[in-house]
Write a protein that binds this ligand. Sequence first.
Ligand SMILES: *Cc1c(COP(=O)(O)O)cnc(C)c1O
Length: 393
Amino acid sequence: MTQIPNVYDAEPIPAAALDEVMKLLTSADLFRYTAAENAPVSLLEQEFAAMMGTKYALAVSSCSAALFLSLKALDLPRGARVLIPAFTFAAVPSSVVHADLVPLLVECGENYRINMDDFAAKLPQADAVLISHMRGHTSDMDAIMTLCDAAGIPVIEDAAHSLGTTWNGRKIGTIGRIGCFSFQSYKMINAGEGGILVTDDADLVARAIIMSGAYEHTWMKHAVPQKAMQHWQNKLPLYNLRLSNLSAAIIRPQLDELPRRVRDGLRNHDHVAAQLNRSPYLDVPAPLSGEARAPDSIQFNLVNMTDAQTQTFAAQAADLGLKVQIFGQSSDNARAFWNWEFLGEAPKLPMTRSMLMRACDVRLPARLTLEDCDVIAQTLVAAAQNATSQKAA
Ligand SMILES: *Cc1c(COP(=O)(O)O)cnc(C)c1O
């Protein structure tokens, strides 16, 4: 039988990173603020801002750190409410809690995107909005920005999994006041850990820079107006969430790989999606119009299956060698909102809950060939057929 491709291994880091890493190991110049200028972290910030077309970028230790600093930089009162989609990763409500704020969960629909009726209904209770583009699925950013601009509510974009995605030609992460990205290993660019935030707002980035750990006058090594920085000198706590030069050296050469990864990731996704959509039991929701995706995984819904058949589907796929995660059915799943017990009692969100009970997740890295993708698609279709043809016990 055909071998199921390994969907977990990461791509090798480009060889160009090796020279820089060797230089850093020899000089031991690993801290971003030691060199007088051109430290790898500073160069990464300049290159990333240029790539995104934003004025400023601040590299930090993770996307969660970027989200936390973004929320702190908004200077909301303690206990202020932050609207977030109910379909996201546990680190997102956690960053809200970490910033002494209260997450307010909004329903997501069968297409994994924010339900705009629930969003509009809950917006009057919110002081800020954090749009998590979960698994790179873009919610209706036009509708969201129109509502938030009219209400004067700031929008942060969690674009951890959306690097390379565009919305009506605009880069995701540059539409709200601040956009946050991840360099964790399962994202488009892999440094093990790392994150970056982008914004055009000098005052916001000044606050985030200081809180990220720019102590004394190290902020002078950031390309940010001095006036904004001086204003906040000694006024803010230092949370020390900086990125190491070593991580920046691993990230920088991967920026050049991004267009290829986006192109191949989308090709692989759409190739598998077309085959799954031919099965009466599998449905890959279409992107919103205006959305150009950059996926490295595929999500699909199981259609017309009982709970038992849903479990059998996952077991059949596993037997065939492919691990499928059903968000709402794998135990302690960090993307199922009812497992976020640290928030207290789970809110009633029937729409998101029913979606999570049938929504499946399979990694589909850009490095796979179309033949690999065929094997994955055929395995999923076969598992669905087997699951639905079994007689009830
Ligand atoms: C991965 C991810 C995060 C967390 O990123 P880290 O860099 O691991 O902190 C947050 N939100 C989304 C949507 C993610 O995919």
